[in-house]
Design a protein around this ligand. Structure first.
Ligand SMILES: *[C@@H]1O[C@H](CO)[C@@H](O)[C@H](O)[C@H]1NC(C)=O
Ligand SMILES: *[C@@H]1O[C@H](CO)[C@@H](O)[C@H](O)[C@H]1NC(C)=O
Ligand SMILES: *[C@@H]1O[C@H](CO)[C@@H](O)[C@H](O)[C@H]1NC(C)=O
Length: 316
C-alpha cells in the first residue's frame, strides 16, 4: 500500500511541478486602446467575423465549428466559450451526451426550480459533487475544442430562488472550483455577474463579464479587479421590453465606461451579432457622449427601446 502510494506520487510529481499556463488577457492594447470584444451567443451557430475584433465570447456548442473559422481569419483572435454552470438546460441534453459524455442521469437529484423567464432551464445544486463532475467534463470539452477561456454563467444561484438553500459561501466555493479547474486545464476564466462576490473572487479570475451593471448602478465594484484585467460588459437596448428593467442610454453610460477602462457593448437581449461598442458609439456620436459625460446621477433613460442605435453590421 505504502510503496504503491509512493510510486503514484513519483509518477505525478513531475507533471505537478510544471507551472500551468493559461491565457491572461490584458485590458489595454499597447497603443492604449481597449481590447476589442464581441459577445455573441445566438444566431443559430453562425458567428459573425468582425475584422479587428480580438476576443469573441460564444456558446460552447457553437464554438466547435466557429473556432477554426475565426482563427483561420485571424490567428490572433481568442475565443471565450460560454456555458451555463449553475443551471440545467433541456436543449443541451443531447449535446452533453454526444459531445461530453454526460448522461441525463448524471444530474441525479441536483435539478431545482425553473429559471424565471428562461424556458427549459432549471437552477442546479452547485454544492453537489455530481454537478462538479459535470462541469469538469464541460471544461475538458472546452479545452478539447480549442477555447482559450471560459464564461461560466448563472454562478449566482444564492441570489435567486433556486430551490436549494444556497449561500454566498457555497457560490464562492463553486466559483473558485471552476477557476482552479479552468486554470489547471490551461484556460482563462471570467467572473460572470455575481457582483457581491467580486471582493472574494477577483484574484482567481482573469477578467469579468458583466450584464447590465449600468442599469443597476453597480459597475464601480469592478474597481477591485486588477487594472490589467479586462472588464467586459453588455447593456441591452431592449432591456425594458425583454427584461422589464429600464433601457440605459449609451450617451450616458458609454463615457463612464470608457473613462473607467471597461469594454462595454450595446446589444439586443438575444445577443445576436448586431451591436455597437461604447468606443465606436462615442466615435460616431461625439457630441452625445460629451453631453452624457456631464450628466450626474442616474444613467437611466425613459423606458423605451433604443435598438435603433444598434447597427445591423456589428461595429465593435
Ligand atoms: C490599437 O491597437 C489595436 C490592436 O493592435 C488595433 O486594433 C487598433 O486599431 C489600434 N488603434 C489605434 C488608434 O491605432
Ligand atoms: C437572479 O438574481 C439576480 C440578482 O437579484 C437577478 O439580477 C437575476 O435577474 C436573477 N436571475 C433570474 C434568472 O431570475
Ligand atoms: C484554488 O486555488 C487557490 C490558490 O490559487 C487555493 O487557495 C484554493 O484552495 C483552491 N481551491 C480549490 C477549490 O481547489
Amino acid at each position: 500500500m505504502y510503496l504503491a502510494l509512493l510510486a503514484v506520487l513519483a509518477a505525478v510529481a513531475p507533471a505537478a511541478a510544471a507551472a500551468p499556463t493559461w491565457w491572461r488577457p490584458k485590458r489595454f492594447n499597447k497603443n492604449g486602446s481597449l481590447l476589442r470584444f464581441n459577445y455573441q451567443l445566438s444566431d443559430s451557430g453562425s458567428i459573425t467575423y468582425v475584422p479587428g475584433v480580438q476576443v469573441y465570447a460564444i456558446d460552447f456548442d457553437t464554438a466547435k465549428t466557429a473556432i477554426p473559422v475565426l482563427k483561420k481569419k485571424n490567428p490572433a483572435a481568442r475565443v471565450i466559450c460560454y456555458f451555463s454552470a449553475g443551471s440545467w438546460e433541456d436543449y443541451r441534453v443531447a449535446y452533453d451526451k454526444s459531445r461530453r459524455g454526460i448522461q441525463p442521469s448524471d444530474w441525479g437529484a441536483t435539478l431545482g426550480e425553473d429559471m424565471e423567464g428562461w424556458e427549459g432551464e432549471r437552477w442546479v445544486d452547485v454544492r453537489s459533487a455530481a454537478v462538479r463532475r459535470i462541469m469538469v467534463k464541460r471544461l475538458k470539452y472546452c479545452k478539447s475544442i480549442g477555447c482559450d477561456g471560459v464564461d461560466p454563467d448563472n454562478v449566482n444561484g444564492h441570489e435567486n430562488d433556486s430551490g436549494f438553500a444556497l449561500t454566498q459561501s457555497d457560490l464562492i466555493k463553486f466559483n473558485t472550483f471552476l477557476a482552479n479547474t479552468s486554470h489547471r486545464l490551461g484556460m482563462g476564466i471570467g467572473l460572470k455577474n455575481g457582483l457581491d462576490m467580486v471582493g472574494a473572487l477577483h484574484r482567481h479570475f482573469d477578467w469579468a463579464l458583466n450584464e447590465e451593471c449600468n442599469v443597476f448602478g453597480e459597475c464601480d465594484v469592478y474597481e477591485k479587479f486588477a487594472a490589467t484585467k479586462p472588464i467586459f460588459g453588455v447593456e441591452y437596448c431592449n432591456a425594458y421590453a425583454e427584461l422589464g428593467v429600464d433601457t440605459p442610454d449609451p450617451a450616458c453610460f458609454c463615457p463612464r465606461m470608457i473613462k473607467a477602462g471597461y469594454q462595454f457593448l450595446f446589444k439586443r437581449v438575444d445577443l445576436g451579432a448586431a451591436g455597437i461598442s461604447c468606443t465606436e458609439y462615442c466615435a460616431k456620436y461625439p457630441a452625445q457622449c460629451a453631453a452624457g459625460a456631464k450628466k450626474t446621477g442616474s444613467c437611466k433613460a425613459p423606458k423605451t427601446n433604443m435598438c435603433s442605435l444598434v447597427p445591423s453590421a456589428p461595429q465593435l
